[in-house]
Write a protein that binds this ligand. Sequence first.
Ligand code: C5P
Length: 466
Amino acid sequence: MGFYDDVKAAAETIAAAGNITIISHIDADGIASEAILSQAIGRAEIPHRSVFIRQLEPLTMPQVPLDTSFKIFADLGAGQQNLLEERGFSQHEVLIVDHHVSQPCTRQYRQVNCLPYGHGKMSAAGVSYLIAKAMDTANTDLAKTAIIGNVGDMMARETCGLVGPVRDIIVEDAVLHRNVEVHRRDLNCYGTATRPLYLSLAYNDDPFIRGISNNPEGAKQFLRRHGIRQQTKDGRWLVWEEYPPDDQKTIISALAQQLIANGEPVDRLLAETYSFPDEPVRTPLRNAQEYATLLNACGRWARPHVGSAILKGDRGSQYREAEHMLNNHRAVIRDLLGYILDTGVTELEWLQYIHVGAKYPDTIVGIGAGMALSKLNSAKPILVMCSVPEDPNLTKVSMRTTERVVARGIDLQQAISDASTAYGGGGGGHRIAAGAFIPKIAEQEFVIRVNRLLGEQAGAPGPDHR
Ligand code: C5P
């Protein structure tokens, strides 16, 4: 059986189900997966409902209903099959739609997972889309949502654009459907629909451009020096997508010259990007990256259903609520970033860590960790711990690193899941970004163990060899 056989079998299983519960993750990819599956299932006239879960772990398992409905776990489940077994689910009532690493389990649930087939640059929304399309080819309008999920899950980051079947099948379907425009050689920069250009440039550090990155005033002067108009007549700051192609070319070539003058490579200056002509200009709905942030803001602040409603077309009260959450999300992340940088991290040989206590919700510390890393020593993975309000005996851990470090053999998913299991906790994720829950009393030992595991991954001799 190949991946597409699994996709087809899943589509048939879903079509035959009488009543379905979708259990999905609260991040952008989880919300996109849920929106795709629930629309495909709704169009097939199968009764269904959705439950969003922060993470599948013992604390949250009671949120998964014990009723007679068929359960689809989306963007989670592969790494937690033992929990499904403990909750008593049979193999006949579960389908897992995921892209995370599977954990061995005595009961093998039905699963559509792109990862074992070598599709490492596909997210759960990509898998969900392929299933939706196998259910009915009329579902190709949902390719746009799949692109948002994939971009939100960083599938385009390393390669400066989507690749593999996500690019060849899903992006192509979306282009044919005309609700997505592909920009093959666009500026590789965040905030191109909503941020004044100088701020987009200053907040971007991939690539890091000396004099511009982390330097709003420097970015403003750079644009002025190159004769680029930055404001409208009434003083509103222009965003990247508003600039005519000739201005965009001038800016890109000036940025390339700046990189070359600093002896830096230019290969990450351009990326393939995805914008949405059917959405209003200068809003976060206008491109895949900013849309994904909006969904993340909804999910991480306990309103994933709002994100889902927006993907299904709501532009009224739910959209206004999402805009409000996005502003709050940004403000709290800025605060968290400042807190990490002001407080400072503790450096061990193979990682750097900080405990932020109960100051920030556990759903956003990973995002803050990722942003802080680019301002710290990015050669060492960062580990952030925080309290879990629902359970004073638990600690949430988030880790982030860079593609460069992953290329050297570092695998955060493996380190965090090995170390957390050793203390009766549980975790997972990806090589570049992973998370876990651990017992609070094990915090110090846990950090030391992760440090040792990372050292082993980097080829350092373990304690037995010293
Ligand atoms: O929570 P955070 O943003 O740090 O999560 C990073 C990655 O780790 C995500 O892919 C998430 O699904 C995964 N994770 C996990 N188990 C946890 C926490 C996070 O698999 N307990």
